[in-house]
Design a protein. Structure first.
Length: 185
């Protein structure tokens, strides 16, 4: 076995391939994600769209759906479900909640009157597009610096991380909700 087989490098330190390697990589990625999140928020005013999401008591999964609608360009609910890898019924519920909050509009497809397409409400579209572009720009620069193989590996890895985060969130939702302090003196 060579030294190359035994050691991998993370942005923060060298890690030996041991049982602790996954933990070290997880911590390194976690810290990197915290830095990315902080950098994206630094010096930026709270977007109006974020306030609208908060007022409607919408969750982060609604933000993902809203972004997918922006990125897909007037998709159907089926296309949103497929793009997010979620059930059609889940996508329909998320879209309905976004419509009820006034963030998304449903309209008949002029090319096929049987289909309904989605778009971000005109009052929030420019802000949403700006937020998406601002968030995508550092990712575009980072991927441009990587080899095609490294970029593909990173993209695939982040999909796995997101799937595991979703799975953990779903598992937490299965736990019983503790009684509120108001119920018990």
């Amino acid at each position: 076995m060579t030294q190359k087989d035994l050691v991998a490098t993370t942005p923060h330190r060298r890690v030996r391939r041991t049982a602790k390697a996954s933990e070290e990589f997880a911590r390194s990625v976690f810290v990197s994600l915290l830095h990315i999140n902080a950098a994206q928020r630094k010096g930026r005013p709270e977007p109006e769209i974020a306030e609208k999401l908060r007022q409607a008591h919408l969750a982060p999964r609604h933000i993902v759906t809203l972004v997918m609608i922006l990125l897909e360009g007037d998709p159907t609910v089926s296309q949103v479900a497929e793009a997010q890898g979620i059930a059609l019924s889940t996508a329909s519920l998320l879209v309905t909640q976004l419509v009820d909050a006034g963030l998304v509009v449903r309209a008949q497809d002029p090319a096929d009157r049987r289909r309904w397409v989605l778009s971000v409400h005109p009052d929030f579209r420019a802000e949403g597009e700006s937020l998406v572009e601002t968030s995508l720009e550092p990712l575009r620069r980072a991927f441009a610096r990587l080899t095609l193989e490294a970029a593909a590996t990173l993209a695939e890895s982040l999909v796995v991380v997101a799937e595991e985060a979703d799975r953990s969130h779903a598992a937490l939702q299965l736990l019983p909700t503790p009684p509120s302090s108001e119920e018990h003196p």
